[in-house]
Design a protein around this ligand. Structure first.
Ligand code: HAM
Length: 417
């Protein structure tokens, strides 16, 4: 038997219906913020990701050569693609440009609960100005998306990568080593980060200062300890968020992010019920377009890990009942089959989810099958009923039934549903 590749999943109909439901909730919420959906290819020139996504992503890239000897890669995330798309064909559009996307990404990681090699992101990018209003708008949307799914146990932390980068540079970490140190800090590998800094000649005192900065955590008041303009900037972001009704945002200068392109505000959301892979959303402000041959523009964005947020909802006991069929058409004998086909077709043509037996089941078995398939009503055609151009409509949960004239069937069914 051929198995699916490691780190991938199949989604059976019930699960798929649940996923589509939550996907559409996210789409509707994003649209209330004035964002519009875009789609980019699942594979890109490998260089697009190599240019700036940072060492984490590169080790995890599914890269390959095509038959024309081109170096391609499956996308590990969608921000680089969105910015390439902006440079290719959207740079003349009025700003801000607000776009969102949903789709699968691929990372060659060690699979475990909440971590897959093929996973889905729901993300957004706002191309506009580098200002607190823009950053607040994007964080507010991320918060609204998470809340719109009904998730309760989560927290959002915001930080500023610029402050940390500056501190590392002042401490003597050369710019080409910054990404590696940040990567260790992001993965909470503090011992490795320390020995790397030591290798760059950073003093004990400076190392202690770097760690002190990453431990700056709390409410808005801790921002007074943040050096430079970043503290004031983040305070403004938090004020705007409060005005937008987004409370409970924690400040955490230890938010580092694994990707290499962030320049300013960074944020993450986590759902503690998920354990090790608890990060359900990550984002921040960055510039990327200039690397892809475009003008330099300021952007802020984020991506929600769709699979993880669904796991978190499951942990909170949120289930989604499949809608199922509205009607199952059953015939008392084979010679009524043509009439049944025309009735099922009429129901479907009017938007009613209807089905009919295709397995040659006799009436009693077909009725059982209708009930177990989750259909709400059985529409029964019998010789006697047909004499009066009628069918019997039976509610499969209560067993109640009524005789309905065939010309009235569609409107009667719509009354019921
Ligand atoms: P990221 O933090 O690498 O950011 O990924 C975003 C989210 O995708 C994570 O918070 C996590 O929930 C989910 N995720 C990542 N890897 C996996 C995996 N192997 N299995 C399941 N879920 C996963 C980005 O990708 C940025 N592009 C976000 C962004 C957009 N920044 C600015 N704009």
């Amino acid at each position: 038997m051929i198995q699916r590749p490691r780190g991938t999943r199949d989604f059976l109909p019930d699960e798929m219906e649940r996923r589509r439901h939550y996907e559409s909730v996210l789409r509707d919420t994003a649209e209330t913020f004035g964002f519009r959906e875009v789609q980019t290819p699942i594979f890109e020139e490998a260089e697009l990701f190599i240019l700036r996504s940072g060492p984490n992503i590169l080790n995890e890239l599914y890269a390959f050569k095509d038959k024309g000897d081109r170096d391609l890669a499956l996308r590990p995330e969608m921000t680089a693609s969105a910015m390439r798309m902006f440079v290719n064909g959207m740079s003349n559009e009025p700003r801000p440009i607000k776009m969102f996307y949903f789709g699968q990404c691929f990372r060659y990681e060690r699979p475990q609960s909440g971590r897959y090699r093929e996973f889905f992101q729901f993300g957004a990018e706002l191309i506009g100005n580098a200002n607190p209003e823009t950053d607040a708008e994007v964080i507010a949307m991320a918060a609204a998306l998470i809340a719109s799914l009904g998730l309760e146990g989560y927290r959002i932390r915001i930080g500023h990568i610029g402050v940390l980068r500056q501190k590392l540079s002042q401490a003597g970490v050369p710019s080409e080593r910054t990404a590696e140190v940040l990567q260790r800090l992001d993965k909470k590998m503090y011992d490795e980060a320390e020995s790397m800094m030591r290798g760059c000649g950073v003093s004990d005192e400076q190392i202690a200062e770097v760690f002190r900065l990453t431990e700056t955590v709390g409410g808005k008041e801790v921002l007074s300890e943040v050096p430079g303009e970043a503290g004031e900037y983040l305070s403004r972001v938090v004020d705007i968020l409060e005005a937008m009704g987004v409370a409970d945002i924690e400040v955490d200068l230890g938010v580092v992010r694994g990707l290499d392109y962030y320049t300013g505000m960074v944020f993450e959301a986590e759902a503690p019920s998920l354990g090790a892979e608890k990060q359900i959303c990550g984002g921040g402000s960055y510039t990327l377009s200039e690397l892809f041959g475009g003008e330099k523009v300021f952007s802020t964005g984020f991506a929600i890990g769709f699979d993880r947020i669904l796991l978190a909802l499951e942990n909170e006991g949120r289930t989604h009942s499949p809608r199922g069929l509205d009607a199952y058409v059953v015939t008392a004998s084979e010679d009524l089959r043509l009439k049944a086909s025309s009735i099922v077709s009429e129901l479907r043509g009017n938007g009613i989810r209807a089905d009919i037996d295709l397995m040659g089941r006799k009436m009693s078995k077909a009725m059982k099958h209708a009930a177990s398939s989750g259909a709400r009503y059985a529409v029964i055609l019998g010789t006697r009923e047909l004499e009066t151009d009628s069918v019997t409509v039976r509610d499969l949960s209560t067993g109640e039934q009524e005789l309905v004239g065939i010309p009235d069937l569609v409107s009667r069914m719509k009354d019921h549903l």
